[in-house]
Design a protein around this ligand. Sequence first.
Ligand code: HPA
Length: 273
Amino acid sequence: MSAVYETVLKCYEHIKTRIPFVPRVAVVLGSGLGAFAENMQAEAVIPYSEIDGFPVSTVPGHKGRFVFGKIDGVPIVIMQGRVHYYEGYNVEEVVLPIRLMRQMGAEIVVLTNASGGINRLFKAGDFMLIRDHISSFFPNPLIGENPEELGVRFPDMTEVYNESLCRLIEDTAREYKIPLKQGTYVQLTGPSYESPAEIRMLRMLGADAVGMSTVCEAIAARHMGMQVCAISCVTNMAAGILNQPLSHAEVQETADRTAPLFQQLLFASIAKM
Ligand code: HPA
């Protein structure tokens, strides 16, 4: 058995008696979205700290626990808080929770995050449906011995973000009159924000928004054959676009302000999955 799969199984064995059902959808909540889990009737909660060997987030505003519940009858597991590469975890640890949620039985993963807007047509507070990504500036989560139990050595990434799920989210946004942009997301390691020159480079490469999460999780999920979709909250315009410095406080403030609408879009979309 591969070492990676052994770790996944060990974590799973540790908590399986506390998992109330087989989740269909796995949801990863980004900055400011934590309340989503609290607005759902939880059937079980498992703090990451109670799972031996599991990475625990150190970022303010990121809780660390799995929350299980149903949205309109759809069984889901929520990651309330994720860990990031910049916290010092290696990328294999960063994607371990995704692999564990797959082991629980989840077939769909919904990723959310906060990002900086690179596309000049965006503004702070916009939501962007992620249609494609650029992972070239971030270590690939599949480097190392391939866990054959999970997926193939060279997985296809032609359609990471599932077309049907994207349509479902677009339709839901239209139905609720929630404006929804679309674009390509690029993941950098952080934790420093980008320089204006880096943002100009990323724009030339075709990126519409930049952040420090999500892509490695999407790759790990596709590796396992999960259906993936992702929505980003553009919490600020990226460096050098507006005449002002970036701050985590601004990111948090915009994420908090837009959270109710973001939650509505998530709830209504997941209900149809
Ligand atoms: N850059 C990188 N990550 C981010 C940003 C940004 O401007 N905003 C929120 N997350």
